[in-house]
Design a protein around this ligand. Structure first.
Ligand code: CA
Ligand code: CA
Ligand code: CA
Length: 237
């Protein structure tokens, strides 16, 4: 009887040990996956690139600073006129909004672009009946995106269009890209108001590799380079 109890206890301990071991391994696996994905996210650099200059076609009368922040408190359903400093870039009936460069200064020079997505938010004055889409020009003329403002209520949710898969995949193309919208409202004179518009760019910065035995003091590190491997480092004071 005593022996049976001892054996049963042993079996129980074994079972518990197994249970404990597997839950511990499971936890470690989750922890390592977490650490690994953390490392990946550190290397995926991203920045929002805002319009840098207006095209000569732009006759809205608005300032670029109106469209670089998600900050407008206007009521887009009732706002009918261009108002300076209200945080909305207003495109009245028959007016043209067109940006001809984007400010890529935050992206290190030799980076590899891995994504470029246009993001914007708009509102429409009640009665707007235009049909034009937001267009982009990557050198081949103005081309429709899939974003077409309609007479919604309030400001829209974030609207996005994948420029990268449309061929905008270098720093220079992003910098020189045109984004355009012409208000072709019909009867009445109803405006489209943009709160923000930018391109979210993801990129891999340049990597500088120093050969073994190279004196780092004699090397030039590419601006924005990310160190990925270091055999040894000697500091001379
Ligand atoms: Ca304004
Ligand atoms: Ca509306
Ligand atoms: Ca704004």
């Amino acid at each position: 009887m005593v022996g049976q109890v001892a054996n049963a206890k042993k079996a129980l301990n074994k079972k518990n040990f197994k249970k404990l071991f597997f839950s511990f391994s499971g936890a470690m696996l989750i922890v390592s996956l977490f650490l690994f994905s953390g490392e990946l996210s550190i290397r995926a650099d991203a920045t929002n690139v805002v319009p840098g200059a207006k095209h000569a076609n732009d006759n809205t009368g608005e300032a670029i600073s109106e469209i670089t922040s998600d900050d407008s408190a206007v009521n887009p359903d009732t706002l009918s006129a261009v108002v300076a400093s209200d945080g909305a870039y207003t495109v009245d009936k028959s007016a043209v909004m067109q940006f001809t460069t984007f400010d890529v200064s935050a992206i290190p020079g030799s980076s590899t672009i891995t994504g470029a997505v246009l993001h914007l938010q708009y509102g429409a004055e009640n009665g707007y009946s235009g049909s034009n889409s937001i267009r982009y020009d990557n050198g081949a003329g103005l081309t429709n995106t899939s974003i077409t403002p309609t007479d919604i209520t309030g400001f829209s949710a974030d609207q996005s269009y994948n420029l990268f898969t449309a061929g905008v995949d270098t720093i220079s193309e992003i910098q020189n890209l045109d984004i355009e919208f012409t208000n072709n409202d019909g009867a009445g004179a109803d405006a489209i108001h943009f709160d923000y518009l930018w391109i979210t760019v993801t990129y891999t910065p340049p990597v500088t590799t120093l050969g073994d035995g190279t004196d780092p003091g004699n090397s030039t590190i590419a601006p924005g380079a990310s160190a990925t491997d270091l055999d040894s480092l000697i500091l001379s004071l």
